[in-house]
Design a binder for this molecule. Structure first.
Ligand code: NAD
Length: 502
């Protein structure tokens, strides 16, 4: 019997097949819980419930203020359960408890708060001045899109769930969410919280289950109007294909290989800390991680020494200890991926300057854990596979450059365009570089700061559309142009009918 249940049509239920799957702590290898394994039937039932809630239920017809009140109730309940949510998130994902307390739970809260504000503040009708047509009035109505499905990855499970559910609900849509199989716990806990907030049945549905069945159904079912996907570029391409069958709206937040450019006028100590923070936070399992550090030649040697010295001080260990800087990666499978790339790096580039394996001083209870040390390769050619492919682990490639033009060219020489950084003592110079980077976010003298109040998303193969910000709200709304010809009889303002001779 499962320890958690699926949330479909306002009720908690086992998978139709009765199947379950286990989820583990990647630090200790211990089983955390048995979860219901949804299948295609469950996905269809959830989509049908969301369809009915949208077509017949009160949610899309409620005012923005009424919906905002419900989202704020969810915020209250998340805050009440914050300690438990943080613990589940850290245990299940391997992210540190500090990250869970400082980023994951507050990040989910701020997403619901921001989109509650959007529901209240963004107008759902805008009257247009004048008209290009003969005597008429025109206005725009912003309307919900319908049934919105969300498919999310394993790196920030709770925040990702909030980023999919909150904007969909705020704009009057109904939602079906599927978390990644490795990290479904916090989403199933969120389902319990949302149930307590007493939304109409079917407005939110949450299913744990495999991407190949549940995920494919969420992206292809004709009753779905929009699919929002966060995950790898490879699966993103598949989502586009699946959604194309019924021309669904899609937003895609995909992979990255972001460049963090260190100019020769940077404060080296600050920039080295910025590069390490930008790469190794959460073990590098962040889509916008600055995993390519582009360092100007005049400061190159000194900068590399600083990087390595500081990297060796990063504490890798039990994610539940407050003194740990990086916990385990999400799974042994992810460690194997990293090991494959580090081997490739050894062949392509040579020995890494630090890392290149698990820490050797782990206590016994962590000896089966998915741990990997921060690993730095220097003098990497940007054409090398380890500089071009997303590793999604704690591996940094350092690449030298001579001029700002060359830095921009190297940064942009990637299929990805999610984010990037510029570390410099001269803001004007840094802004000139930032303007030429083909990415959805650039941090100057900073990294990783993302807020629901600012748009986030990728250029090129890092995605389509923007989440968060006002843009991330509007992308959950249809735009309807209403044209009124005030002439209710007579033909003075209808001369164009004459083209047809009628
Ligand atoms: P993934 O693409 O393997 O899986 C993501 C989700 O898609 C999971 O829920 C999975 O079950 C589901 N899925 C898998 N195959 C599917 C299919 N055929 N049809 C429908 N759904 C399917 O990604 P992951 O390994 O969970 O996460 C890591 C990836 O996510 C990295 O590439 C990372 O860059 C990316 N990511 C991007 C962002 C962003 O905002 N751009 C944020 C976080 C992670």
């Amino acid at each position: 019997m499962a320890d958690y249940q699926l949330f479909i049509d306002g009720a908690f239920t086992d998978a139709a097949s009765g199947e379950t799957f286990a989820t583990y702590n990647p630090g200790t290898g211990q089983k955390l819980a048995d979860l219901p394994k949804a299948g295609r039937d469950d996905a269809i039932r959830a989509i049908e419930a969301a369809r009915k809630a949208f077509d017949e239920g009160p949610w899309p017809k409620m005012s923005g203020a009424e919906r905002a009140a419900k989202l704020r109730r969810i915020v209250e309940l998340i805050n009440q359960h914050s300690a438990e949510l943080a613990e589940l998130e850290a245990l299940d994902s391997g992210g540190t408890i500090l990250k869970a307390q400082m980023a994951d739970v507050p990040g989910a809260v701020s997403a619901f708060e921001w989109f509650a504000r959007m529901a209240e503040e963004r107008p759902d009708r805008v009257d247009l001045e004048g008209s290009p047509f003969p005597v008429s009035q025109n206005y725009i109505r912003y309307e919900p899109i319908g049934v919105c499905t969300g498919i999310i990855p394993w790196n920030f499970p709770l925040i990702m769930a909030a980023w999919k559910i909150a904007p969909a609900l705020a704009a009057g849509n109904t939602s079906v969410l599927k978390p990644a199989s490795l990290t479904s716990l916090s989403a199933l806990k969120l389902a319990q919280i949302i149930a307590e907030a007493d939304l109409p049945p079917g407005v939110v549905n949450i299913l744990a289950g495999p991407g190949g069945t549940v995920g494919e159904e969420l992206a292809s079912n004709p009753l779905v109007d929009k699919t929002a996907f966060t995950g790898s570029t490879e699966v993103g391409r598949r989502i586009m294909q699946l959604a194309s069958g019924t021309v669904k709206a899609v937003t895609l937040e995909l992979g990255g290989k972001s460049a963090n450019i260190v100019l020769d006028d940077a404060d080296l100590d600050l920039a080295a800390a910025g590069v390490l923070w930008g790469t190794f936070f959460h073990g590098g399992q962040v889509c916008e991680s600055g995993t390519r550090a582009l360092v100007q030649r005049g400061i190159y040697d000194e900068f590399i020494s600083l990087l390595v010295e500081k990297a060796n001080n990063i504490v890798v260990g039990d994610q539940m200890e407050m003194t740990t800087n990086i916990g385990p990666l999400v799974s042994r499978g992810q460690v194997e991926t990293v090991e494959r790339y580090v081997k490739l790096g050894r062949d392509e580039v040579g020995e890494p300057l630090c890392g290149g394996g698990a820490p050797d001083n782990l206590p016994d209870h962590l000896d089966k854990g998915a741990f990997y040390r921060p690993t730095i390769f220097a003098d990497v050619d940007n054409k090398a596979k380890i500089a071009q492919e997303e590793i999604f682990g704690p591996v940094l490639c350092v690449i030298p450059f001579d001029t700002d033009d060359e830095a921009v060219a190297i940064a942009n020489d990637s299929i990805y365009g999610l984010a990037g950084g510029v570390q410099s003592g001269n803001i004007e110079r840094a802004e000139a570089v930032a303007a030429r980077m083909r990415t959805g976010t650039v941090w100057i003298n900073d990294y990783h700061l993302i807020s629901p109040e600012r748009p986030f998303g990728g250029y090129k193969q890092s995605g389509i559309g923007r989440e968060l910000g006002t843009q991330g709200y509007d992308i959950y709304r249809q735009v309807k142009h209403v044209h009124i010809n005030p002439e209710t009889s007579g033909r003075d303002n209808h001369f164009h009918y004459g083209v047809l001779g009628v």
